[in-house]
Ligand binder design. Structure first.
Ligand code: ADP
Length: 423
């Protein structure tokens, strides 16, 4: 195992990684920007390096400065968390060129899954079911309209480089296709520097169900069941739960196998998530799920998998990166009970969810059996305006779903978060 790692992130995920690493006896180096001098992850770490100005482009996205910080503090490996540089293959290459270990998959695995069109193509070849559609070799508006008609309306246009719900358009009526395509291409170019779009059949009553997978350097690939992330606002997850309501043993086995096949197809090493879209119009069917994309990093909602399986996902990430075998074979992984995660965002729900940054004048975290809070906030903390609005994750677990809901209601009632508006 490493004796020192650097965490190239901030907020709750930096704290989450530090917590596990320190439990494993690994020294942690934090990095921070001007906006984060008083941040919790800096206080928790064994050492901290200032890396630049408040905007992410001046700090958390500066791979070269972060690599220098790792070399200068004796870190042997870098954990990227989620967001920022976590799915940036050039960063992975630079980390390795500096003689350090990237705690995550290879750059080639990230590249294989980086663009939605190429990833879907690869998955179809590996026998993983994919949403019927058009992968966009020819971007001519007329050609694409013909393809949309062939797929059958409604269709979804997606920027292939898109993420976080950006660059997506639902088109119900052929007359709206051309405008929607222009809009998605423009958004793809503006947000991701890539205008190329694909078209997918729009799945009516879609459910988003994803599978947690792990691959190690010894050839082991396992999955840790599913998370249902269907409760979304503007294509962004709000509440996640595990197991998925209405899931059957046969569908779970089929989705687990498809996810493992997907990971094996790209020689995946690390923790990852294979996202599927599922037809939720009737009961779940064994043939009613399709690959959407793979996230090649730890997910925000990894917590609920930890609660139902008892596995520490960050610990497995560190073990895999250190070339140790996974701690568990598939037959040793089981799940128990029900877990839900509620994302608390610094947004004003009564004012169109506008960001609500500022000072937290009072914060009290709920507790009790089966209640977990992952956050980097504290009383007196100023939520800076430079980052994602998520400020806290409330996670509950119980043996029955009803009890999990009761614990959640009680925890939400008990929680105090004053000074800003939250969801
Ligand atoms: P992003 O990478 O921006 O998060 P995804 O491709 O993961 O985009 O899609 C985000 C969400 O949009 C999904 O969770 C689902 O709710 C919805 N969605 C995506 N594709 C389809 C589709 N073909 N049919 C219906 N809904 C879809």
């Amino acid at each position: 195992m490493f004796d020192t790692i650097l965490i190239a992130n901030r907020g709750e995920i930096a704290c989450r990684v530090i917590e596990t690493a320190q439990k494993m006896g690994v020294r942690c180096v934090a990095v921070y920007s001007d906006a984060d001098a008083g941040a919790k992850h800096v206080a928790m770490a064994d050492a901290a390096v200032h890396i630049g100005g408040s905007a992410p482009a001046q700090s958390y996205l500066r791979g070269d400065v972060i690599i220098q910080a790792a070399l200068g503090t004796g870190a042997q490996a870098i954990h990227p968390g989620y967001g920022f540089l976590s799915e940036n293959p050039e960063f992975v290459d630079a980390v390795e060129a500096a003689g350090l270990v990237f705690i995550g998959p290879s750059s080639s695995a990230i590249r294989a899954m980086g663009l939605k069109d190429a990833a879907k193509d690869l998955m179809a070849q590996a026998g993983v079911p994919v949403v019927p559609g058009y992968l966009g070799a020819d971007q001519d508006a007329k050609v694409m309209a013909t393809e949309a008609a062939r797929i059958g309306y409604p269709v979804m246009i997606k920027a292939r480089a898109g993420g976080g719900g950006k660059g997506m358009r639902l088109v119900e009526n052929p007359a709206d296709f051309a405008d929607a395509l222009t809009g998605a291409q423009r958004e793809g170019q503006a947000s991701f520097g890539d205008p190329v779009c694909l078209i997918e059949k729009y799945i009516q009553s879609p459910r988003h169900i994803e599978i947690q997978v792990f691959g190690d350097s010894h050839g082991n690939v396992v999955h840790m069941f599913e998370r249902d992330c269907s409760l979304q606002r503007r294509h962004q997850k709000v509440i996640e739960e595990a197991p998925a309501p209405g899931m059957t043993d046969t569908l779970r086995a089929a989705m687990g196998k498809a996810a493992v096949d997907a990971a094996q197809a790209i020689g995946y090493q690390g923790a990852g998530t294979v996202e599927f879209i599922v037809d939720g119009s009737g009961g779940l069917r064994d043939d009613g799920f399709w690959f959407m994309e793979m996230n090649t990093r730890v997910q925000v909602e990894h917590t609920i998998t930890e609660q139902i399986t008892g596995v520490d996902i960050v610990r497995e990430q560190l073990r895999i990166a250190a070339k140790l075998p996974l701690s568990y074979a598939q037959e040793h992984i089981s799940y128990r009970g029900f877990a839900l995660q509620f994302r608390v965002n610094a947004e004003d729900p009564k004012n169109d969810f506008l960001p609500s940054f500022g000072r937290i004048s009072h914060y009290y975290a709920p507790g009790g059996p089966g209640v977990r809070v992952d956050t980097a906030i504290y009383t007196g903390y100023d939520i800076p305006p430079y980052f994602d609005s998520m400020c806290l994750k409330l996670v509950v677990w119980a043996l029955t779903w009803e009890e999990a809901i009761a614990r959640a209601e009680r925890a939400i009632d008990d929680m105090r978060l004053h000074g800003i508006r939250t969801t």
